[in-house]
Design a protein around this ligand. Structure first.
Ligand code: ADP
Ligand code: MG
Length: 737
């Protein structure tokens, strides 16, 4: 390995990882950090949003207010209005230069303000050429579009820049290329400065080999990397610019897919103990007692899981399905198959409340099959234990012992299960509920505990579009439970417009009272905890108080939020689940998993503060029993605004996948991997997981081929790509719903 390359294996990738300060100086480099650009490669992958032609006059009719534009136009007319320099007792009044630009048919007004001397200077400049390039923001004045103080250079009849200064030299480079790229910019880094810096960065690239082998480039039909950078930053035509951008997008897709493909390969290189399904054991006994018939989806997914469990390679499967689609039953059957085969299964939930709920559900479903090998119990019975951080020391010791001895076939817990003191006699399967609450690192810790890797099943109720699944969970195979078991009740969702129809809010509380009178329970969800006289709308604390002393005075009301002590939380949740409370006013702590079949109504306060997927998750809490559910989304945002559109979308469909895609579309691409929130860099700058689903699929195929050809990852470019993607903030996008 070449020590010059800082650990990178290819010269080009090493050059792309050089800090920008070496090329632009510390000061300019620092300004680029606002655009999350730190290295030469970051800058070169920061590509123009669009291109303007550098040779034809701009069609002025296409301009819209608020746009940052570069306009090529002729000066049709100049009118100088001198100000006064002031005098004793008089304030100086700036003059202005009114310039009318034309493209031959339409016009655009441009105005400069300043002292007379400056006005003369501008006037001179503007009269100096045949046409000019004007860069600035389109504003409006008295209903007419106009630009104020654009940057400009004038061109002579041959298209050369007139006059010279540093700033002009920069714009000159812009004007001389066939196309002018308009870059995402900041106030300190206007588009032509970005362009100039990109050119400087481009010049530092060594004439080195492409990181991808020829066969990859040929099969993908992409430009070479160095050519692609030139194509996007100094294109001759739009077609070339697009080909360059395509190569860069392909690289992002291919690098992630390569990483995932090598991970899959790596996992399949580990051995696992096969857990072959046995007849006549606890699984069969459980199936015989099931009070319902499995849906065909459940049967299909279970079959796939049993097949994988019987292999000597660890299963790595993601099972996704809406809340209530019956994932828990599928997971439990997998655990029982492992128990039958003599192993143990661990189930991890993201919170203690959820772990406890899983424990109760599973105990209930198993009945005496889950009560341990006590006298009179069925011979195939196993023990189910709950391990949480808050359990008293003695009870915890006892539980640990039963896990270590193998007596407990099923161990349920939170991340506490990851702690080193938990030993298993023979851990055969790990089930992780709601993967997005766990880091991928933790997944690794857990699978690393056994000599032979345990099989892994990840459950998620957050619908994941296929392209996202391939990108982020590409090291897992994906199963989907699309069908909701018969007997599930529909949830109807209504947007309550509190600004246009304040009366409806009163009506909403009345509906709550009616629901309770009918013997059912209600969730009221608030985006914030509140308290301490917070100004920004009502929080849980204030809303609960208002309801308790107002419209819901006759009901039994509980309050639940994250800042309560954990035993209080447990008590409140238990009281609500047990029917001792009619109404629970809560934050999104209830979002995941909590199962209260008698809760049939949900009111979401300031619903516009929630994301699409989050609202969909939330309403999954109701309609879980025999009665249909109603979800009221209260908002003060008027129709027509984006936040309101989101609510209307949620009200219009219950298709979680459609909503997840919509959710994704509404976020900026950088948010997909949570990069903007965490401040880390995303390796997906240009790729949009929805728009480029085909490209991702193509990259995945090529990545699989790459692993077949080079299973040890010896190709330097592949090794670099895998190392680079290692920085990816995996799974984070799910957290910020
Ligand atoms: P998920 O974990 O996907 O949210 P669960 O497995 O908790 O869903 O199932 C939700 C409810 O539906 C549970 O009460 C469960 O017992 C029940 N259920 C699961 N599968 C079926 C089925 N095939 N038919 C009827 N009810 C089912
Ligand atoms: Mg569940």
């Amino acid at each position: 390995m070449d020590p010059e390359l800082g650990g990178w294996r290819t010269e080009l990738v090493a050059a792309l990882h050089a800090p920008l300060s070496g090329v632009l100086g510390a000061k300019t480099a620092k300004e680029f950090t606002a655009l999350r650009i730190h290295t030469v490669g970051d800058l070169l992958r920061h590509i123009p949003r669009r291109y303007l032609s550098g040779t034809e006059l701009t069609d002025l009719a296409t301009l819209t207010e608020g746009e940052l534009v570069a306009v090529f136009a002729r000066v049709a007319r100049i009118n100088r209005v001198d100000g006064s320099d002031g005098g004793p007792g008089r304030r100086p009044r700036p003059g202005r230069l009114e310039v009318l630009l034309t493209d031959g048919s339409g016009h655009l007004a441009v105005t400069f303000f300043g002292r007379t001397r400056l006005l003369h200077w501008w006037e001179n400049q503007l009269s100096n050429g045949v046409a000019g390039l004007f860069v600035g923001k389109v504003g409006s004045f008295r209903g007419q579009l106009q630009m104020t103080h654009p940057e400009f250079v004038m061109l002579d009849a041959a298209g050369r820049i007139v006059g010279k200064s540093e700033e002009k030299a920069r714009m000159a480079t812009l004007a001389q290329s066939g196309l002018v790229g308009m870059y995402p910019a900041t106030a300190k880094l206007p588009t032509w400065t970005v362009a100039e810096c990109a050119r400087l960065a481009l010049a530092t690239l060594p004439a080195a080999e492409d990181p991808w082998p020829d066969w990859v480039r040929e099969r993908a039909g992409v430009l070479g990397l160095a050519d692609a950078f030139t194509a996007v930053h100094a294109p001759l035509d739009l077609d070339q610019a697009e080909r360059g951008a395509h190569r860069l997008r392909f690289d992002e897709a291919f690098a992630t897919q390569l990483t995932m493909a090598y991970r899959r390969n790596d996992a399949s290189a580990h051995s696992a103990r096969p857990r072959v399904r046995l007849a006549g054991g606890i699984l069969d006994a459980f199936d015989a007692r099931l009070p319902f018939r499995l849906t065909s989806g459940q049967v299909e997914v279970s079959t796939a899981i049993f097949e994988e469990l019987a292999q000597d390679r660890p299963m790595q499967r993601l099972l996704q399905g809406e809340v209530g689609s019956g994932k828990t039953v599928v997971a439990l059957r997998a655990m029982l198959a492992v128990v039958d085969a003599g192993g143990q299964a661990a189930l991890l939930a993201p919170t203690e409340v959820l772990a406890a709920q899983h424990y109760q559900t599973i105990k209930r479903l198993l009945g005496d099959l889950g009560g341990g090998r006590m006298l009179g119990a069925p011979e195939m019975a196993t023990d189910v234990v709950l391990l949480t951080g808050s359990a008293p020391a003695a009870a915890r010791r006892e539980t640990l012992l039963r896990a270590a001895s193998g007596e407990a076939g099923i161990v349920i817990g939170t991340h506490a299960l990851l702690s080193d003191r938990v030993q298993f006699a023979d851990l055969g399967l790990i089930v992780i509920d709601e993967q997005h609450r766990f880091g991928v690192e933790q997944r690794a810790v857990l699978t690393g505990k056994a000599d032979a890797h345990p099989h892994l099943l990840v459950l998620t109720a957050t619908p994941i579009p296929r392209s996202v699944a391939m990108t982020i969970f590409g090291d897992l195979s994906v199963s989907t439970l699309a069908e909701i078991p018969a007997g599930r009740q529909p949830v109807s969702t209504v947007v309550v417009d509190a600004s246009l129809r304040p009366g409806w809010v009163e009506r909403a509380w009345q509906r709550v009272t009616e629901e309770v009178a009918a013997g059912r329970q209600v969730f009221i969800v608030c985006p914030r905890i509140g308290g301490q006289g917070s100004a920004d709308g009502l929080g849980v604390v204030e809303l609960a108080e208002q309801l308790r002393t107002g419209p819901l005075a006759d009901l039994r009301l509980g309050v639940l939020h994250g800042q309560l002590p954990s035993d209080t939380k447990d008590q409140v949740m238990a009281a609500f689940a047990g029917g001792e409370l009619d109404v629970l006013v809560a934050t999104t702590v209830i979002e995941v998993g909590v199962d209260v079949p008698n809760a049939t109504m949900m009111v979401v306060w300031d619903a516009d503060r929630f994301g699409i997927s989050q609202l969909h998750q939330l309403r999954g809490r109701i309609g879980r029993g025999e009665h249909p559910g109603v979800c009221l989304l209260i908002t003060r945002v008027p129709p027509g605004e984006t936040a309101r559109d989101r609510l209307d979308a949620v009200a219009a469909t219950t298709d979680g996948f459609a909503l997840a895609e919509l959710d994704l579309e509404q976020r900026r691409e950088g948010d997909v991997l949570g990069a903007s929130q965490s401040g880390t860099r995303s390796s997906l700058r240009l790729l949009r997981v929805l728009d480029h689903a085909d490209l991702i699929a193509e990259a995945r195929e090529l990545a699989e081929e790459a692993v077949r050809r080079d299973p040890q990852c010896r190709t330097p470019g592949f090794a670099d790509a895998v190392r680079e993607t290692g920085l990816l903030a995996e799974g984070d996008w799910l957290e910020n719903g």
